[in-house]
Design a binder for this molecule. Structure first.
Ligand code: PXP
Length: 275
């Protein structure tokens, strides 16, 4: 999709102005490789774009910057209401990314019809309801097993790896294995939502036990929801977890660490016009 004019225009803008002093690090990371991958969720770049209904900020450009900074994968949630990521984003991301694309979605026929032809590396099945601000809780794989079974099978037979986003509950993990998912993504929401001064040991024990069981059952183990710089450490320390999916805190922080550079660029452009 080299002809995607919006992407090209936006990338040209970023690379024209990018300067090491602005904190934009391009090129592969020089840090030693971690055995814990980072999947960067770029939904909220699209949220900002949709607020104006135009082309900016371009989520594909954000994905490429995350890739350049060392992200191991890009995650997007194609919601039924299309409140942020659009069908076109999937197609362009699949075209330009060198790292795996993971698409979160509800297990609906409508989502499958859009996603399967696009062939992302992974699909993560999540619960979805229209009123929620973000994904609320994990998928009840035990209750929904009859509905999930053909969807998991359809995705896997299309060559797409399947992950189920579940709460850290042993029966849910067992059901993911029974449904022949490739992975579980453990919902860290209950841990992340704990008040700052409360004891996290109960929620961490649930995550640890679920991760251990999933790994023993041959599932790959991912985790995410609500993770940020302050709370990521204990989850990153669980050895069975291979990948963390993080979105809101990364994009929120990018706005703050990037704003000074953005203001500098604008002042430079304004000065240029008067010189
Ligand atoms: N994992 C899943 C399944 C999600 O639905 C989300 C939110 O879209 C995330 C991870 C990332 O959560 P957050 O944006 O809170 O980092």
């Amino acid at each position: 999709m080299a002809a995607d004019v919006a992407v090209l225009r936006h990338l040209r803008g970023i690379f024209q102005y990018s300067d090491p002093r602005l904190g934009v690090k391009l090129g592969p990371s020089l840090e030693p490789a971690l055995n814990l991958r980072l999947g960067v969720n770029i939904d909220h770049v699209a949220t900002l774009r949709q607020a104006r209904g135009g082309h900016e900020p371009e989520p594909v450009a954000a994905a490429l910057l995350a890739q350049s900074a060392g992200a191991d994968g890009i995650t997007v949630h194609l919601r039924g209401d299309r409140r942020h990521i659009q069908d076109r984003d999937l197609r362009v991301l699949k075209e330009v990314l060198a790292i795996p694309l993971n698409v979160e979605c509800a297990a609906t026929t409508e989502a499958m019809e859009v996603i399967i032809p696009c062939k992302p590396s992974w699909v993560t099945l999540v619960p979805e309801n229209r009123e929620e601000l973000t994904t609320q809780g994990g998928l009840d794989a035990v209750f929904l097993q009859g509905m999930l079974k053909p969807v998991v099978r359809e995705l896997r037979s299309a060559g797409i790896h399947v992950s189920l986003f579940v709460d850290p509950v042993l029966d849910q993990v067992k059901m993911a294995a029974k449904l022949e998912a490739d992975a579980v993504e453990l919902n860290t929401g209950a841990y992340s939502d704990l008040p700052m001064d409360s004891d996290p040991s109960f929620e961490l024990a649930r995550l640890r036990d679920a991760a251990r069981l999933a790994s023993r059952l041959g599932l790959r183990v991912l985790a995410g929801h609500g993770l940020n710089l302050q709370n990521v450490g204990p989850v990153a320390g669980i050895p069975e977890i291979e990948e963390l999916n993080i979105g809101h805190s990364l994009i929120g922080r990018a706005v703050l660490v990037g704003l000074a550079g953005s203001v500098t660029e604008m002042l430079t452009a304004m000065r240029g016009a008067r010189s």
